[in-house]
Design a protein around this ligand. Structure first.
Ligand code: ADP
Length: 451
């Protein structure tokens, strides 16, 4: 990628530089030519006026010669003033005679002017040639011819071109270095993220990507880092979960195995069977609850929650959820009070709402000390049916509250799997509702609204 970016930028820059150099040089060249032409034009105009004065008898031939010579000297050009009678057969030295000069003369004598760049054999160099008619008394009396070597212009243009190309080369060199650094800067975070991904794939520890720019790459690095944290957190959670599940499955399984072995070996007497069968039933129920919760969470995770809505009295569902917790509440010495009007109905998935209420009452009973109270109440508001499960329990640590609805998140207790509240939240949200929790030393209150 570095090579691609670097070479693309470099070739674009070289192309632009070359095009720019050509444009600047040709602009400079045409400017120099224009200037030279206007200088020659100026000289030609003066020569024409001098020739006019000579024809009018204001100056004599020598004076005309002197004027023309001084102009020729200053401008480094050859200047000829010819009269029309000799113009047709002009012979400025045999080397100058040629068809082109004859052509130019006929144009000039019929009132036109000629400007040419060409090789004049007689001067042995590339020349600029300007020919214009001169007049006296309103009629064309002859021609003024100027020959100026291109040499000096070529030197000026050559100098300009050299300067332009040298500047372009210097700019390309500096630009090349800048592009090199720039390309490296672009590629560096991508490379770092690529390496970090490979390391993560190999299960190695990876540090955060240290890119803090505010552009898209910075955004990518931030997303990468947050993805990495999430994966790490998930991995830690997974490890912890495996450890917990193994532990939680092991305890009831060991008990079941112990009691069954006792029964098989005759260590447990037959008359004690009913008692131990009750314990075995309790242990298998615990196993079923555990696996049920894990399955439920897996189902939720795969996004397959289907609601089958019906209209039902919330009171009946709350009673059923309380009844399912009756045994535990009796054992824990916690009283459950339901204060929901029999007339209050909701349009929802009855089984899921019962599960929600069961989980909330179960938590409340689990985390409330003996002699405590759990109250389930519900009212209709303009947002929907608002249900509150409140207990006089130990409360939840403030630092745990923000994550309490996360899957497998547990606060102080290691009793459950950290799935209960996650299931509550997911089910209520699936109904379009919301859950919030407030907790303090005087107890916990979970409120959910069903629209
Ligand atoms: P679990 O199945 O472990 O109870 P939950 O998701 O239901 O999982 O609850 C997460 C954590 O929140 C629990 O570990 C418990 O510490 C805390 N918690 C939940 N409800 C209550 C409550 N009513 N009173 C005190 N703590 C609670």
């Amino acid at each position: 990628m570095f090579k691609k970016i670097f070479l693309s930028y470099l070739s674009i820059m070289i192309l632009v530089m070359t095009a720019l150099s050509f444009v600047i040089s040709s602009l400079a060249e045409s400017y120099v030519y224009r200037e030279k032409r206007s200088l020659l034009q100026n000289v030609a105009d003066r020569a024409k006026r001098a020739a006019g004065s000579y024809a009018a008898g204001d100056i004599n031939r020598d004076e005309l010669g002197a004027i023309i010579d001084s102009m020729a000297y200053i401008t480094d050009a050859k200047i000829y003033v010819v009269t029309s009678d000799i113009a047709e057969n002009i012979d400025l030295g045999s080397e100058l005679a040629g068809e082109y000069l004859k052509d130019a003369m006929s144009t000039v004598l019929s009132g036109g002017s000629v400007f040419q760049r060409r090789q004049y054999a007689g001067f042995g160099a590339q020349m600029l040639f300007l020919a214009e008619p001169w007049r006296a008394g309103g009629s064309i009396r002859g021609a003024v011819l100027l020959f100026s070597p291109e040499e000096d212009i070529a030197a000026v243009i050559g100098g300009i071109q050299l300067a332009v190309f040298l500047s372009a080369a210097a700019a390309a060199l500096i630009g090349g270095v800048v592009i090199f650094l720039f390309s490296r800067r672009i590629v560096r975070p991508i490379k770092a993220m690529g390496e970090a991904s490979s390391m993560m794939a190999r299960g190695e520890r990876v540090d955060d990507i240290g890119i803090t720019t505010r552009d898209e790459l910075g955004g990518l690095a931030r997303s990468f880092n947050s993805m990495k944290h999430k994966i790490e957190a998930n991995e830690a959670l997974r490890q912890e979960l495996i450890a917990n599940i193994s532990h939680d499955l092991r305890t009831p399984l060991t008990n079941i195995n112990g009691y069954l072995s006792g029964m098989a070996d005759g260590v447990i007497k037959e008359q004690d069977y009913p008692k131990y069968l009750g314990i075995l039933k309790g242990e298998t129920k615990r196993l079923m609850d555990l696996t049920g919760g894990i399955l439920e969470a897996a189902k939720i995770r795969s996004g397959s929650i289907e609601l089958s809505r019906e209209t039902f009295a919330l009171r009946e569902t709350a009673d059923a959820a309380a009844k399912a917790n009756a045994e535990l509440s009796k054992k824990n010495g916690v009283h459950i009070s339901i204060s929901v009007d029999y007339a209050l109905t909701v349009h929802a998935d009855r089984k899921k709402i019962e599960q929600v209420l069961y989980n909330l009452i179960n938590n409340a009973v689990k985390y409330t000390p003996r002699g405590g109270l759990v109250i389930v109440s519900a009212v209709n508001t303009d947002k929907g049916s608002e249900v509150i499960v409140k207990d006089s329990g130990c409360g939840i640590d403030e630092k745990d509250l923000p994550n309490i609805f996360d899957r497998f998140y547990r606060s102080g207790s290691k009793d459950g799997f950290g799935l209960g509240l996650n299931i509550v939240n997911t089910y209520v949200e699936a109904h379009g509702g919301s859950v919030d929790i407030t907790s303090g030393p005087e107890g916990t209150s979970v409120r959910f609204v069903l629209p």
